[in-house]
Ligand binder design. Structure first.
Ligand code: SF4
Length: 79
């Protein structure tokens, strides 16, 4: 799983950084990603961050089987 943060919707609350400090770092009013590729061992905490993000600013890029990727490369979003 890969993720990205849409800074337009980020409220800068810091919840994601609290849940997964290995991935999210609060920077001013938004968050930057330390790594956009999520290791399996922390994916559950990242899913919690995605679900609980008050701005719904965190999006997932899931790997899809060859031939199924859409044009943008985004196969699915939890928003
Ligand atoms: S939880 Fe969402 S709104 Fe809060 S800092 Fe993280 S990305 Fe931004």
């Amino acid at each position: 799983m890969k993720i990205k943060v849409n800074s337009e919707f980020c409220l800068g609350c810091g919840l994601c950084e609290e849940l997964v400090p290995e991935i999210f770092r609060l920077k001013g009013d938004t968050v930057e990603l330390i790594n956009d590729v999520i290791p399996e061992e922390i994916s559950e905490r990242v899913e919690f961050a995605i679900e609980d993000c008050p701005g719904k600013a965190i999006q997932t890029k899931r790997t899809t089987p060859p031939g199924y990727a859409n044009r943008s490369g985004f196969a699915e979003s939890l928003q």
